[in-house]
Ligand binder design. Structure first.
Ligand code: GLC
Length: 728
């Protein structure tokens, strides 16, 4: 009987053996083609055939430009892609199937909330289901490789690409990575219909200085090991087939030419066994902009030797590897290693068994239902004065704000193939769904509000940012509420009418000094194809606002960087966690803490939490094991009048160690649905991986000492218990 582990070894050995056999039959040009990905935007299919015959590429990127993020691009045609595949498989001598790559980041025809918004659901089972649906749709259109999940650790809200990833916490980043990789690659990457995932951008892109895109990053080994690598470890553990290198340098060495990062850490420390693709032009940029290489030829050599196995779109490998090898500057074994990695992924995918896409229908209605559920679960209720929400179905209300009549803008960046016929506006949905409502558009707000005879009881203001100022090459220096939106809020405030703000900002924004203008706030992010339906559903109580903040909402943009898992300072001064000692403060001219903290979110009901109990608060390092973790219990009770979901979060704080440790580290979450008046006991376990940390060299270390364990509804909870880990 072959055990699972043995089965994998046999499969991997078979795969390596098969890959070597294929390699033997390849010419130098076949190999150079295999490490090349070409963009293919051609009007005539014959031109595509010519390109395949000429370049013999390993992959085609289905993108029209390097800035595909906010473009709507041509739909895909499976029969065309299969015809192109036929040339590669049946006409070229090596007969190696192509990978068709595309940026399927958070949806395809049906678009789910963008990753930062979706992470707010804290519901990773749901997120995995979303990615299974995304996979079905993308594969149906011929995509066999996606450049997703984007898992860049980031607490820099000025950076437009923060919206593409899971936010400021490494633990959530790991859960997101796992959910997306499993969703795309399914249980068995070799089954037809699975799609190769790509963990990106490796690594440190989210630390771009000043939030400016494509800039320098300075990252200590300690931060790299404990924060930036966390999600990539989970992606690798989940079997991610590919990794994309990031544009940035880390401490002066571009990632695209950084062997310690691409080989020593990614492969030797994390045991990644797939292949690495550069980002678009990432190799050439080391010469053209970063001054790390004299020319494209040197860049090609440095990239291949560092561990970039495939060149995306800049033809550096195609143009220079032949000469580098012929001139003796590059050993062919380096090229063979890259080719073998690519062949191994394609063999793992079973592409020789099923090179052509067999379209399978999918349940569009179910996808739309899940898109709305995911969007509603990602909406965060920040404020609800006098329980003004949910609104009555027979309300008389103003509906206003720049995004009340928008649809596309709320879908989010990187929605290349969105079917916009499925996307609606809040205004249309509200009027069609809530028949007994009286919706009064507030066009000329100044005069209308002055006469105050409208009879409107409340104003629902749909604020936000256009997706066109989010995503790649779209950073903002100013992350406050745009002036024209502020002006509307002030007019409404003067009229005395209660204001419900629906904030469709994909990134965190800073509005601490204007928070008083709102009576209630829903942070809705960019909710995808069903954003409008979800917003209306939550406003009127058909759904609860299920989200919790996966990021910090600063009081002011001038506080940046401000994030929850910060390291303690040298005095009792860490304002994020309140006045430790009133004598000290971070700022004399601004509150120290955030407007709303990481993990925060209200419900339409309320919950009480008991104290935390733990059978054994003292353990020795010797007996701490999977079977013998610290076990905690807490009783949560729904003390409100309606059913709702509590999102319990467990944080750890190591009080003393050989490196100073974060004030809080999220290590576990539990979503608990309770009817009004009901309660239940929730258990958590804490083990080595929660109490230990990585040293600069990547060694995981567990040190004895005292730890505070917090369990609450956001990172500022004071509900804690102290445990001790003894040496013996
Ligand atoms: C872009 C992005 C990357 C994307 C790639 C292909 O420049 O940096 O995230 O996957 O190019 O479109």
């Amino acid at each position: 009987m072959i055990k699972k582990g043995e089965q994998e070894d046999i499969m991997n050995n078979n795969i390596e053996q098969k890959a070597r056999e294929i390699l033997k039959g390849m010419t130098l040009n076949d190999k150079i083609g295999q490490v090349t990905q070409i963009p293919l935007v051609v009007s005539k299919i014959e031109d595509a055939f010519k390109a395949i015959r000429k370049y013999r590429p390993g992959s085609i990127i289905l993108a029209g430009s390097a800035f595909a993020g906010n473009e709507k691009q041509q739909a895909l045609y499976v029969e065309k892609l299969n015809a192109i595949q036929k040339v590669a498989v049946e006409e070229l001598p090596a007969g190696i199937p192509l990978l068709f790559g595309r940026d399927i980041i958070h949806g395809h025809r049906v678009v789910f909330p963008n990753p930062l918004t979706l992470t707010a659901s804290f519901d990773f089972d749901l997120i995995e289901q979303c990615y299974q649906m995304i996979r079905e749709e993308a594969y149906h259109d011929g995509v066999t490789w996606t450049f997703s999940p984007m898992i860049d650790y980031c607490h820099e809200p000025r950076w437009g690409r923060m919206v593409e990833g899971p936010g400021e916490d490494p633990y959530l980043g790991g859960l997101y990575a796992r959910a997306a990789v499993r969703g795309f690659q399914s249980d068995n990457l070799s089954e037809q219909g699975a799609i190769a995932a790509c963990a990106k951008h490796y690594i440190g892109y989210g630390a771009s200085e000043g939030g400016r895109d494509y800039t320098h990053t300075e990252i200590s080994d300690y931060q790299l090991q404990n924060n930036f690598l966390a999600a990539f470890r989970e992606a690798v553990k989940s079997g991610v087939a590919t990794v994309m290198a990031s544009f940035n340098d880390v401490n002066g060495i571009p990632v695209s030419g950084n062997k310690p990062l691409l080989t020593d850490i990614l492969r030797d420390q994390l045991s990644f066994d797939g292949f690495v693709v550069s980002d678009w032009d990432g190799i050439m940029q080391m010469a053209k902009f970063q001054g790390f290489c004299a020319d494209k030829r040197e860049a090609a050599q440095k990239a291949l030797e560092a561990g970039i196995d495939m060149d995306m779109a800049c033809m550096s490998y195609y143009d220079h590897i032949h000469d580098l090898i012929q001139s003796g500057n590059l050993d062919i074994s380096v090229l063979d290693t890259a080719v073998l990695r690519i062949l191994s992924v394609k063999l793992r995918m079973g592409l020789w068994e099923h090179p052509y896409v067999l379209q399978k229908d999918y349940d569009l209605d179910s996808h739309l239902k899940y898109a709305e559920k995911a969007a509603a679960e990602s909406i965060v209720l920040l404020k609800n004065n006098n329980q003004i929400l949910p609104l009555k179905k027979n309300s008389v209300l103003y509906l206003c704000g720049p995004y009340a009549d928008c649809s596309e803008e709320l879908v989010g960046s990187w929605s290349l193939d969105c079917d916009y016929s499925l996307v609606h506006t809040v205004s249309d949905v509200m009027k069609s769904k809530i028949r007994s409502l009286t919706v009064m558009p507030l066009k000329d707000s100044r005069t209308t509000l002055r006469n105050r005879k409208s009879g409107a009881e409340v104003a629902v203001v749909i604020l936000g940012e256009n997706r066109a100022v989010t995503g790649e090459a779209n950073s903002l220096a100013d992350i406050s509420i745009p002036p024209e939106q502020l002006c509307l809020l002030r007019e409404l405030k003067k009229s005395g009418i209660p204001i419900i703000g629906v904030m469709c900002f994909a990134r965190p924004i800073a509005f601490g000094e204007y928070d008083y203008l709102f009576d209630a706030i829903l942070y809705a992010g960019h909710g995808g194809s069903r954003a409008a339906e979800a917003i209306v559903s939550v406003l009127f109580g058909y759904s609860e606002p299920g989200g919790r903040l996966p990021f910090t909402l600063p009081y002011s943009g001038n506080q940046i960087p401000i994030y929850y898992n910060c390291l303690p300072g040298s005095r009792p001064v860490n304002g994020y966690y309140g006045e430790i000692d009133p004598w000290f403060c971070n700022y004399a001219d601004c509150p120290d803490g955030p407007n709303y903290p990481f993990g925060y979110g209200l419900s339409y009901t309320s919950f009480s939490l008991s104290e935390i109990t733990c059978e054994t608060v003292n353990k020795s390092m010797a007996n701490l094991s999977e079977e013998d973790n610290y076990m905690f219990e807490i009783i949560v009770k729904n003390t409100g009048t309606s059913a709702g979901t509590a999102v319990l979060q467990l944080y750890v704080h190591d009080l003393a160690a050989s490196r100073i440790r974060p004030m809080r580290s999220l290590r576990s979450i539990r979503r608990v649905f309770l009817s009004a008046g009901d309660s239940c006991t929730v258990t958590f376990s804490v083990g080595k991986e929660d109490l230990g940390f990585y040293l600069e060299n990547g060694t995981f270390t567990l040190e004895p000492g005292e730890f505070d364990v917090y369990i609450g509804e956001n990172c500022l909870t004071d509900n804690k218990i102290r445990i001790t880990l003894q040496k013996e």
